[in-house]
Design a binder for this molecule. Structure first.
Ligand SMILES: NC(=O)C1=CN([C@@H]2O[C@H](COP(=O)(O)OP(=O)(O)OC[C@H]3O[C@@H](n4cnc5c(N)ncnc54)[C@H](O)[C@@H]3O)[C@@H](O)[C@H]2O)C=CC1
Ligand SMILES: O=C(O)C(=O)[C@H](O)COP(=O)(O)O
Length: 376
């Protein structure tokens, strides 16, 4: 069996090695002739999987995408041809949740404006949005949710309209899929008019898809509204973000909010499980065995006396400033955006760190934030 996998998908050899011959490719440049004799195709978000790519292949048994989003997959085409497909829903939700939370802490520190006491609005309350809520609620932050689809489906949580969310929230974090049609389409959900409706001093974070914000309108808006602070992990026109916009963005990253080692491993592992189901074989490998050992056994915390101390603990796991600095240096260079993504292997999730209490203060709430607890 021939398995073709994106070269940026870790742990493919360990998980799929027994099942066939593996070839890895640059997913952004994948061409029909590379795909025509493969049995299993494993992609990431940068590969358009459609008739143009697959028309010459008559033996495909499975297509898997190690991502949450499926906007790069022609699902109807695969269904019409009867080719089993799976994405990896939720695989990197924790990574996105922690990324957004850390970005908010960084903004708070940089602009001397504590996150504690602010109201945060989550647009799109699915897997990644809910993962942000988990961090925020562990820290005692009030959260408002906007998700008309979940609201209509009877989700028991409280929801507000987008207008109310914009009016009442100090921070807005976007977590919707990209959709180009329908009543709730998200393409340019934040267009010029909506950007202009943002309250003074709002923080706006986009960790979902670049085109949810009209980037040209955002540039024009930021040129007039320095009070609003912006974090962009995703950009219109990736892998070539609009260079003029970058200086106006407080934290810039190259679509790596979901790039924790755990999130990537989970993505590949979920595809391994799905393929095993399709092939009706036993999936006997364990995901935990893939991840490297922790770089620190545990950290003893006296107390988290203030937000700065919390940020320091978070930075111990992931320092967003490093990626932001590298992005500004590299994104204009030849394929700098993709180069940074390819080499992004340093980030773990909060759960990789065991936190223990060395004093009298209760730091158990850090477990709710995602850190592993240790009994002393
Ligand atoms: N930056 C990154 O590295 C990553 C980006 N993503 C992006 O984030 C998106 C969301 O991921 P998940 O939360 O896991 O997906 P999900 O499907 O669990 O949740 C998305 C939610 O958005 C809601 N929604 C759809 N249209 C909406 C609208 N107009 N207004 C408000 N809510 C709306 C849906 O009802 C759903 O509950 C993915 O589709 C993907 O494009 C996902 C993972 C990593
Ligand atoms: O899961 C998604 O959806 C994402 O956006 C991924 O985190 C993006 O990662 P790549 O598939 O582009 O490596």
């Amino acid at each position: 069996m021939k398995i073709l996998a994106d070269e940026n998908m870790p742990y493919v050899q360990q998980l799929f090695g027994d099942l066939g011959t593996i070839e890895t490719v640059n997913g952004r440049e994948l061409a029909p002739e590379q795909v025509k004799d493969v049995d299993v195709l494993l992609v990431r978000s940068v590969t358009q999987v459609n008739q143009a790519l697959l028309a010459e292949n008559n033996q495909l048994k499975f297509v898997g995408s190690a991502t949450i989003g499926t906007d790069h997959i022609d699902l109807d085409y695969l269904a019409n041809r009867g080719i089993p497909f799976s994405n990896a829903p939720g695989c990197n939700a924790t990574a996105v949740g922690e990324f957004a939370f850390i970005a908010m802490l960084e903004l708070a520190q940089r602009f001397n404006s504590p996150l504690k006491g602010k109201v945060v609005g989550i647009v799109g309350a699915g897997n990644t949005g809910t993962a942000v809520v988990k961090c925020l609620e562990a820290y005692g932050i009030e959260v408002l949710l906007n998700d008309p689809l979940l609201e209509q489906s009877g989700d028991p949580r409280d929801f507000v309209s987008l207008d109310t969310l914009i009016e009442k929230c100090d921070v807005i974090s976007l977590h919707v899929p990209i959709t180009k049609s329908g009543e709730h389409k998200t393409w340019y959900l934040f267009d010029e008019a909506r950007l202009n409706s943002l309250s003074a001093n709002t923080w706006l974070l986009n960790c979902c898809r670049g085109e949810v914000i009209d980037n040209r309108a955002l540039l024009k808006f930021k040129q007039q509204r320095d009070d609003v602070k912006v974090v962009l992990d995703v950009w219109e026109g990736e892998p070539n973000p609009m260079p003029e916009l970058v200086p106006y963005v407080e934290f810039c990253t190259p679509h790596i909010a979901g790039y924790s080692l755990e999130g990537k491993a989970r993505g590949t592992y979920m595809l391994y499980q799905k393929l095993a189901e399709v092939l009706q074989i036993n999936a006997d490998k364990q995901m935990e065995s893939l991840l490297p050992a922790l770089w620190s056994e545990r950290v003893l915390v006296q107390e988290i006396s203030d937000e700065r101390a919390l940020l320091q603990l978070a930075r111990f796991v992931y320092d967003l400033r490093d990626d932001d600095e590298l992005f500004r240096k590299q994104f204009l260079n030849n394929q700098g955006f993709d180069h940074m993504r390819k080499n992004h292997t340093h980030r773990r999730e909060f759960s990789a760190l065991k936190v223990g209490n060395s004093g009298q203060t209760n730091v158990n709430w850090l477990s709710n934030l995602g850190f592993s607890g240790v009994e002393l």
